[in-house]
Design a protein around this ligand. Sequence first.
Ligand SMILES: Cc1cc2nc3c(=O)[nH]c(=O)nc-3n(C[C@H](O)[C@H](O)[C@H](O)COP(=O)(O)OP(=O)(O)OC[C@H]3O[C@@H](n4cnc5c(N)ncnc54)[C@H](O)[C@@H]3O)c2cc1C
Length: 228
Amino acid sequence: MTDDDASFPVRVLRKWHEAEGVVGLELVAFDGGKLPAFMAGGSLELTLPGGIARSYSIANAPTERHRYLLAVLREPASLGGSAAVHERLREGDVLPARGPWDDFPLAAGAVHSLLLAGGIGITPLVAMAHQLYRQGAPFTLHYAARGVHAAAFAAQLRAAPYAHRVCWHFSHRGVGERLDFTAALARVPWLSHVYACGPTAFVAQAVEAARRCGWPEERLHIEAFGTR
Ligand SMILES: Cc1cc2nc3c(=O)[nH]c(=O)nc-3n(C[C@H](O)[C@H](O)[C@H](O)COP(=O)(O)OP(=O)(O)OC[C@H]3O[C@@H](n4cnc5c(N)ncnc54)[C@H](O)[C@@H]3O)c2cc1C
């Protein structure tokens, strides 16, 4: 982790279409060296073309020190950040970055981790899934998206050695496959840690279900990405 105020330059090595409305970014150090270390669930602040600063979760494995992988959803009513990423940012651009911050960390030694991703909220949870798998720690990842076409990192998750731990919930296919938060909580051991990330409304539903089940606050971890 770096000093909160220190900014460092990163270069956009690759930018690609990751899913409908989502671009992927691979950022590397401007000098080609190692980047500041991060933990699974960590995030970075980028100052984008036009001068606006926005936070993004880092999706790759924390063992990788040569790059940060991000996925950025185009907010339809964006006032700057995601519009700048989608429309103005180019491969080769150099941006000031701050962080990474360890603001959504995994709890050590959990008996089980339940990861609940809503849409673009998958980004920190992919890094967590990777880390938990590497540690041999039990986990389940529920990924709710409109459809596979709109699900960032779908190909990566389907090819992952932990693919059998991923439960997909595509809302466009009908009610049967929607994520039932209460049912997901009921299927994991009571001492599990729960991590929910996504749009504000998704995270609020996860919190409401956990509280209804009497889930202790210290085993409930959330990160909300926006206003909706
Ligand atoms: C720790 C953290 C990690 C994040 N990680 C990711 C990530 O991995 N990927 C990702 O895509 N995003 C991520 N985000 C969200 C990201 O930082 C931006 O907030 C998001 O992309 C929207 O930025 P924007 O500038 O495009 O939209 P903004 O212009 O900030 O608008 C965001 C939304 O707010 C609404 N809005 C804005 N102003 C008003 C207003 N005055 N009245 C009513 N509504 C308003 C807009 O309609 C829009 O829907 C993360 C956020 C945090 C805090």
